[in-house]
Design a protein around this ligand. Structure first.
Ligand code: IVH
Length: 687
């Protein structure tokens, strides 16, 4: 570049032309390198161009513009990020996990638009951080994180350092203002390099590329972000003032033409079967990609039809995430224990050497039943593969046979119930061993323990040991019997002072007023967690109506799958269960919901939420502010008053305490979902 120095005397006009030429050249090579992955010049040649541009800009500072390639890193570190409100909220996606669920999704959509032919557009579902970029007159003016979808953080200075994001775009008919949305990713190979360097320097290792991408974007100092090799894949147009294409496929093609990085593997599909093939192909290629994906996204291609289908809550009916199977890890199975469930089922479970799966430490896993263990030839002492999907309990897929040493032992089901010592039976055609002793304390005990627990009927003062005593002395046989107890009966019990007897009776009486959702949850129906119970209560508002619901009606509820629907339906067809409902009804337990919301009442009133671990999408103060704005309290430590714990990666003692206290624990995604839902309840209009 020595010859360039000769031109020190360049006139301003010549300099201006040369600067423009150099910028165009650098932009072209940036695009070739960062967007198309096909560089045409060496790094040395590229650096020479950039050096020359810098030199000219130093000589003629008036020529510097914010979209010059020399200006990617600019500005001082900030104290905190400004909150920005998204003009059009960023939506979420519903999930499906298999072809049947995908077909059900299509059926639901088709029913709404009879006679319309749907073309799909298939994309990868990137596992990174969602951002929104605003361009005004072709220049990038703002970059924001997704945040809650309604509000995010202004990370413009940081996103400007991402080389696959054009600082300006040009071409015919570009809308005066528009917003592009996409996902910031950390390339997997670079992630490995970064961790190796950190390890050598004795620094903390990062957990995964996704959180590292999020962490890199949310650095207060853009210099740090600039040093991270982030990439952006663009997947939609948020909004635009001006003419834009009428389909998703044409939109992405247009955005690709403007210089944005759009996945070349995106494909149109004329039928759902084609979309399923796209999924299979993507799944096969997943490991060969240098960035994280956790499924594919299938979108209705036509915006006209998208508008017809609309949005439910925060999830569009016109798009769905078809997720890959859950993440797996291997660890040693130390012991197999057996629990007696609420229905008398003997449930074997594995105690594991703790292992991290999808950012969560797993110590236990379900083994379902004896056949499951036999079929997979799982032995005590084996190294096993563990899988965790969403929030469900982890399961063991099978042993790593090559890792066997010969000291592993086979498991056999105990012939008698570990609780009541009566013989267990395995009925014809059933995989489950059951204790059929109706007086087995374990069964009733598990059910009643669940009934009185905090997330269910919250009967303070009736703890596990009291439930055990009631059962042992025959005072109660089921949950409804709790309401027949008297102070005198309780005071007769060992170690029971009259005062505590009175407290327990008061607490039992008080529980009759618990919301319907809690009553439904308290019944202990398989697969009906607190969230599902809430949805059922909201939908039916009445126990009798729920009991009468058909399986089809139940599975029509958007978030309820066929397994849950089947479980609920079957539960209400059992004589014993109906008798229990009748007894609860006679005792005065709420069976119907009258939703009365006092003015100023907020959805999270009375909730005490503790945030722990690292959050990807939100800053801690932002999350706490959201909790407070919805009427909740943001607690600093986990106590028995804590109603919910939001745990991110690297959560430590608070998470352990929450597990000990059996406080409900959710992750950040679930938290954001609940925030969305609460916003809807208080009438924040999102669309
Ligand atoms: S479309 C329809 N397309 O998934 C509205 N999202 O659960 C959703 N994501 O926060 C946006 N890859 O960050 C869309 N090809 C893709 C995507 C994608 C990843 C993320 C996105 C969003 C989340 C929605």
């Amino acid at each position: 570049m020595v010859e360039a120095r000769v031109e020190v005397t360049t006139s301003p006009e010549e300099a201006s032309q040369q600067v423009a030429r150099l910028r165009d050249l650098i932009r072209r090579h940036d695009h070739l390198y960062y967007v198309l992955d096909s560089p045409e010049i060496s790094d040395g040649e590229y650096d020479g161009l950039l050096r020359e541009l810098r030199r000219l800009e130093e000589l003629h500072p008036t020529l510097i513009t914010p979209d010059s390639p020399t200006q990617r890193v600019s500005g001082e570190p900030s104290e905190r990020f400004q909150t920005v409100r998204h003009p059009v909220p960023l939506l979420s996606l519903g999930n499906v996990f298999n072809d049947e669920e995908l077909e059900a999704w299509e059926r639901r959509a088709m029913n709404l638009i009879p006679g319309e032919a749907i073309d799909y557009y298939c994309e990868l579902k990137y596992d990174g951080l969602a951002v929104a970029l605003t361009y005004e007159n072709g220049v990038l003016v703002r970059g924001a994180t997704r945040g809650t979808g309604v509000e995010g953080e202004d990370v413009t200075a940081n996103l400007r350092t991402v080389r696959s994001i054009p600082l300006s775009v040009s071409g015919p008919n570009i809308p005066a203002r528009f917003e592009v949305r996409g996902e910031i990713l950390f390339p997997i190979d670079k992630f490995g390099e970064l961790n190796r360097e950190r390890e050598e320097r004795g620094e903390r290792i990062y957990a995964n590329p996704r959180n590292t991408a999020a962490g890199s974007v949310r650095q207060l100092d853009p210099q740090i972000t600039a040093a991270r090799p982030l990439e952006l894949f663009v997947y939609s147009l948020g909004w635009a003032e001006g003419d834009v294409p009428e389909t998703q496929s044409a939109t992405l093609e247009w955005l690709g033409g403007l210089g944005f990085k759009v996945n070349a593997g995106n494909r149109k599909a004329a039928t759902l079967a084609e979309a399923m093939r796209f999924y299979q192909d993507a799944l096969e290629q997943r490991e060969s990609l240098n960035y994280g994906t956790d499924g594919v996204v299938i979108k209705v291609d036509s915006f006209r039809i998208q508008r017809l289908l609309g949005v439910v809550g925060r999830e569009p009916r016109w798009a769905i995430a078809y997720k890959y199977p859950a993440e797996q890890a291997t660890t040693r199975l130390v012991r197999i224990g057996v629990n007696v469930g609420r229905t008398g089922a003997l449930n074997p479970y594995a105690e594991l050497e703790p292992v991290q799966v999808s950012g969560v430490t797993v110590k236990m896993a379900t083994l379902h039943n004896e056949d499951y263990i036999r079929e997979r030839d799982i032995r005590i002492g084996d190294v096993v593969t563990v899988e965790r999907a969403g929030e469900v309990i982890p399961k063991i897929l099978g042993p790593v046979v090559e890792a066997r040493t010969g000291s592993e032992t086979e498991f056999t089901m105990p012939p008698t119930c570990p609780e009541c010592s009566e013989p267990v039976v395995r009925r014809e055609g059933e995989a489950i061993h059951r204790c059929i002793n109706p007086a087995c304390p374990a069964q009733a005990y598990e059910l009643i323990r669940h009934y009185v627990s905090r997330p269910a009927m919250d009967i303070d003062g009736v703890g596990e040991s009291l439930v055990k005593q009631f059962l042992e002395v025959g005072l109660i046989h089921d949950s409804a019997d709790l309401y027949t107890l008297t102070v005198e009966q309780l005071a007769d019990l060992e170690r029971m002072a009259e005062k505590s007897a009175q407290n327990a009776i008061d607490a039992i009486a008080l529980s009759k007023e618990r919301p319907l959702a809690n009553v439904i949850f308290a019944l202990g129906i398989r697969h009906v967690g607190a969230e599902t119970a809430r949805i059922l209560a909201e939908r039916y508002g009445d126990m009798d109506a729920l009991a009468a619901a058909t399986e089809e009606q139940l599975s029509d509820i958007y978030t309820i799958g066929s397994i849950v629907a089947d479980s609920v339906y079957t539960w209400f067809r059992d004589e014993e269960n109906l008798r229990l409902i009748a007894k609860l009804h006679d005792a005065g337990v709420r069976m119907r919901e009258e939703i009365v919301r006092a003015a100023g009442d907020l959805p999270w009133n009375g909730q005490e939420i503790v945030l722990t671990g690292r959050l990807a999408e939100l800053s801690r103060p932002q999350a706490e502010e959201i909790v407070r704005s919805l009427g909740g309290k943001a607690g600093r430590s986990v106590t028995k008053n804590t109603t919910l714990v939001v745990a991110g990666p690297e959560a430590g003692s608070k998470l352990e305490k929450a597990q000990r206290l059996e406080t409900p624990i959710i992750d950040e995604d679930e938290f954001l979902r609940r925030v969305d839902e609460a916003h809807r309840q208080v009438g924040i209009n999102l669309q």
